[in-house]
Design a protein around this ligand. Structure first.
Ligand SMILES: Cc1cc2nc3c(=O)[nH]c(=O)nc-3n(C[C@H](O)[C@H](O)[C@H](O)COP(=O)(O)O)c2cc1C
Length: 262
């Protein structure tokens, strides 16, 4: 069933065709496929080979229901849910076994662990795609990390980074646009985009997302709603101040943020 050669040959196509999927068929995913996807996730590079992450495959319907209440209703519409986590706990046990005490401070664990976990999660989602399985990240798990950790009964040192809902797609949307590569790729130093480039970037994103009817379809917005409105509401929105507070509280309570800061 798993044909590695085929996956490698079509890697470029796989990545270029990837998109978030938010409508799923009911079919569950076999353990074999999930293990394969996690094995591929483990191929991601990790800081000092520490491999500071774990994946929690949430199968329990009561836990899913409780997570859906605080994070996203999408959880109840998807057959599967995976929660990649920073895992300092297991690293500490390895270090103990090797005869030392873990010296990683909370912020270091947060930054290094998050980096490891995010890279692995990205590989995991691409691996799912290679099996024809669509997925979508759920960011609300991030600032609600403490509540998520409580529901999943996670031990100290294990921090959820986001949720990933996944399943066989029941929609085939187009790939979503990205700003032009010249705004992202810089040479030797940072090149400030011109106002014209910023304006054109917004127009490009607007045109493509409106073509799909993206915000109409997924957010029930008016057809005139564009990426410019999204920037204002999301990245210019007051809600982010609450998110900031939730992050700090969550991370402090889970021991990933120095308790006496802020
Ligand atoms: C950390 C993170 C959190 C996200 N959270 C959500 C979410 O809560 N709900 C959702 O529908 N999509 C979510 N997304 C998906 C993004 O909206 C999506 O990746 C982006 O619009 C680009 O579209 P594409 O993935 O189809 O290329 C999230 C993506 C990331 C990386």
């Amino acid at each position: 069933m798993i044909n590695e050669k085929m996956v490698i040959v079509s890697f470029r196509e796989l990545v270029m065709n990837r998109k978030s999927i938010r409508k799923f068929k009911n079919d569950p995913i076999s353990r074999e496929i999930i293990e394969d996807a996690v094995t591929i996730a483990q191929k991601a590079p990790t800081s000092c080979s520490g491999q500071q992450y774990s994946f929690i495959w949430v199968k329990d319907s009561d836990k899913k229901k409780r997570l859906a209440e605080i994070c996203s209703k999408l959880i109840l519409k998807a057959p599967e849910l995976m929660v990649p986590c920073v895992d300092v706990r297991r690293l500490e046990r390895f270090v103990d076994m090797a005869g030392a005490k873990l010296k990683e401070g909370p912020l270091t664990a947060l930054i290094i662990g998050y980096t490891d976990a995010v890279l692995a999660a990205a590989y995991f989602m691409l691996a799912l795609d290679s099996h024809g399985i669509g997925s979508c990240c759920l960011g609300s798990f991030q600032s609600k990390a403490k509540q998520v950790a409580d529901i999943l009964e996670l031990p100290p040192g294990v921090l959820p980074i986001f949720g990933i809902v996944f399943g066989y797609p029941d929609e085939s949307p187009p790939t979503r646009p990205r700003i032009p590569v010249n705004l992202v790729l810089h040479e030797n130093t940072y090149q400030e985009p011109t106002e014209q480039e910023i304006r054109e970037g917004i127009e490009f994103m607007n045109d493509r997302l409106k073509e799909e009817g993206y915000y109409v379809k997924y957010a029930g917005r008016d057809p005139s709603y564009g990426w410019n409105d999204h920037l204002v509401n999301k990245w210019g929105g007051e809600w982010l101040r609450d998110v900031e507070k939730e992050f700090i509280e969550s991370f402090k309570e889970l021991g990933f943020f120095p308790k006496n800061s802020r």
